[in-house]
Design a protein around this ligand. Structure first.
Ligand code: MTE
Ligand code: MO
Length: 193
């Protein structure tokens, strides 16, 4: 079990946030219902070769169990959430990331996207997560597989993950083109651009 958030004395609630104990459900549009057997993740763009990872392959890879604090831009923070999944950096082992790759577009069901700098995507605490609190992630929370990017506001943590596309330029995603910050660091209160 790894935890990046629990060093003693470390401030855990970013500025302007309030603690919740429930787990709110937030997304644009409707809940996607994706069968595990039908789920897959395409890794594409400035990476060779392009790969498609299915449920069986994802869950056969070494898993990471992680406790993370999560921060939503609508101002709630939830401490000590428990996740299991595969590090995105682990998914890329054995692939060649081309030198021009500096950013990524994260793709989700129904064409929803978000963007991240490549270095944020490759952090150790970024997971393609398939369990929350010891159970499969519910459809409402983005199952069967969602991205978890605990260091940034939760809109970066794409639910119903379907693709990771490496790009040279920053290509803004769904919320980022609607005024949300391109990076979204909660400690710097990067809520809106
Ligand atoms: N595919 C998809 N992922 C998404 C969203 C969305 O609309 N579609 N909303 C984001 C936003 S704004 C938030 S706050 C979190 C909420 O995750 P939760 O419902 O599990 O709390 O999901 C993020 N991931
Ligand atoms: Mo959000």
């Amino acid at each position: 079990m790894t935890s990046s958030d629990s060093e003693p004395g470390r401030e855990r609630v970013p500025p302007g946030q309030r603690l919740v104990t429930d787990f709110p459900v937030l997304h644009a549009g409707t809940v996607a219902h994706i069968d595990r057997a039908a789920w897959n993740l395409t890794v594409s763009g400035l990476v060779e070769p392009r790969v498609v990872i299915d449920w069986q392959q994802l869950t056969s890879l070494p898993a990471t169990e992680q406790i993370s604090d999560i921060h939503c831009v609508t101002d709630w923070t939830k401490l000590d959430t428990a996740w299991k999944g595969v590090r995105v950096s682990r998914l890329l082992v054995g692939l060649s990331i081309l030198p021009d790759a500096k950013h990524c577009v994260v793709h989700a069901a129904a064409g929803w996207t978000t963007n991240l700098p490549l270095e944020e995507l490759l952090r150790d605490d970024v997971l393609a997560a398939y369990e929350y609190d010891g159970r499969p992630i519910s459809a409402e929370h983005g199952g069967p597989v969602r991205l978890l990017v605990p260091r940034l506001y939760l809109w970066k943590s794409a639910k119903w993950l379907t693709g990771i596309e490496l790009t040279a330029d920053e290509r803004l995603g769904f919320w980022e083109t609607r005024g949300y910050h391109a990076l979204g660091d909660p400690w710097l209160e990067q809520r809106y651009s």
